[in-house]
Design a protein around this ligand. Structure first.
Ligand code: NAG
Ligand code: NAG
Ligand code: NAG
Ligand code: NAG
Length: 421
């Protein structure tokens, strides 16, 4: 006997800006290529530095790899953004090949993360529950216990059964190291609350990793009238981490204040484009100061006679081209928006860094750094099957063992998980 349940998760969030992209004159490629030599940490920003010193410093530093970006407001800069940055490995739910350390070292400056309760929506739990109920056992106490249990925010895609990349704090520890060692970089983290987490639950791993010390707190709780500082200002004040939380439910002003309710600051374009369809640049909800330009697609995947959508590497190869990404950005420009978060699947496919340099109107150069090269578990090449995804590998083979047909879909970041047991 088979019982099926379908879980739908939706990705949410997002983002606008005023400067139209120059559609006619992208910078010439490659003019200033060569290995990026980040400034030495000892020159790093000092909080409380006077404005003259700040100006002086800002005139000599590179911000996110380019000196031209230092004087630009945060919302006038484009960032390479990885959709489900943590979702690597062999799972059909994987959106990336390179792990978060490799992404950061290569130039990704915004990470989209889905937070799940690994104890929820778990097949084994559901099965145990069903068995207990079948034996006439009262499971209400167990359920209440589980609902009240404090769970660690865990990075999963669609379901922790399908792809579990471990606790959020593990990846935040890497980001902390990256920001410690790369003092001129500004990074955004998108949090998607896919479970029962409170703001405090979501903030805890930031405290535990020490990342909160870099968190930027907007002076306003709403984007209306809010002027973002320049990257140079954020770097000199050492507030180089923007945390945008899509909480799904609690739309009140988050506490702590550095956790920003993303729909007040950002809007996104469609997240459910299928392979072969054209991208547009139509914000799907109220326009804000930041725009997430989604540039990923899904392909159909059939199982048990049902069709789902999943991320697809080959499709990313086809769409992550410099011209393909710049074309979509140009649509944004025509519509009067600046695409801040250029969001892709399989960041390693195509020419995402070059396209984002074009959008920023800077001459592309190699801005990669080696923060994690001494980290034995971070492979230099990166492929599906990265070591840090052994957890997800174990989970997916668990699926096979249980003879469970599972799958999903990701077009939109909206995923469907089919559970049969
Ligand atoms: C049901 O309750 C009995 C008696 O407490 C227990 O031995 C059994 O393991 C329970 N079954 C399940 C599936 O939890
Ligand atoms: C799952 O729940 C158990 C007991 O309630 C708890 O000890 C454990 O930390 C939870 N696991 C996660 C990943 O939150
Ligand atoms: C996160 O989502 C859950 C489930 O939708 C909801 O109960 C909870 O309030 C949300 N947390 C916040 C901070 O909005
Ligand atoms: C992806 O492209 C490669 C090379 O063209 C091909 O060998 C492979 O079969 C493709 N994979 C899928 C899933 O289409």
């Amino acid at each position: 006997m088979k019982s099926l349940s379908v879980l739908a998760l939706s990705l949410g969030m997002l983002l606008r800006a005023t400067d139209a992209i120059d559609t006619h004159h992208p910078p010439m490629p490659g003019a200033l290529s060569g290995k990026y030599h980040p400034p030495m940490p000892r020159e790093a920003a000092v909080a409380g530095e006077d404005s003259q010193a700040l100006d002086k410093r800002a005139s000599t530093m590179d911000c996110n790899g380019y000196s031209e970006l230092c004087t630009r407001a945060f919302d006038k800069v484009a960032y390479v953004t990885t959709h489900n940055a943590f979702a690597i490995g062999d799972s059909i739910a994987a959106n990336q090949n390179l792990d978060i350390r490799q992404q950061l070292d290569k130039g990704v400056r915004a990470l989209m993360l889905d937070l799940h309760d690994a104890n929820d929506s778990s097949i084994s739990l559901r099965r145990r529950q069903a068995e207990a109920q079948a034996q006439g056992n009262d499971t209400s106490t167990d359920l209440a216990k589980r609902d009240n249990a404090k769970s660690t925010p865990t990075l999963c895609h669609a379901s922790c059964i399908l792809l579990n990349a471990g606790p959020l704090v593990d990846q935040l520890n890497y980001l902390k190291k990256f920001l410690d060692e790369n003092r001129y970089e500004v990074v955004t983290v998108f949090l998607e609350n896919d479970s029962k987490f409170t703001y405090a639950d979501m903030a805890q791993p930031f405290y535990d990793s020490g990342l909160d010390k870099y968190a930027f707190t907007p002076s306003s709780t709403d984007a209306d009238g809010f002027q973002w500082p320049t990257l140079g200002e954020m770097i000199t004040k050492n507030t180089r981490l923007v945390v945008l939380a899509d909480t799904k439910s609690d739309t009140t002003v988050p506490v702590p204040e550095w956790m920003v309710y993303d729909r007040n600051y950002a809007v996104q374009t469609s997240y459910s484009v299928k392979a072969g369809q054209a991208f547009d640049c139509n914000p799907i909800s109220t326009v804000r100061s930041l725009l997430v330009m989604n540039h990923f697609v899904s392909v159909d995947y059939s199982v048990l006679g049902m069709t789902f959508e999943k991320p697809d590497y080959n499709s990313s190869v086809a769409i992550n081209t410099r011209a393909g990404i710049v074309n979509q950005a140009n649509l944004c420009g025509v519509a009067g928006y600046f695409p801040n978060y250029v969001t892709v699947d399989f960041f390693d496919a195509g020419d995402v860094l070059k396209a984002v340099a074009d959008i920023n109107k800077v001459n592309y150069r190699d801005i990669s750094v080696d923060t994690f090269s001494s980290d034995a578990s971070s492979s230099a090449t990166g492929s599906s099957g990265d070591k840090s995804s052994t957890h997800s590998g174990a989970m997916t083979s668990g699926i096979k063992r249980q003879g469970l047909a599972a799958v999903l879909a990701a077009a939109t970041g909206s995923l469907l998980l089919l559970l049969a047991f």
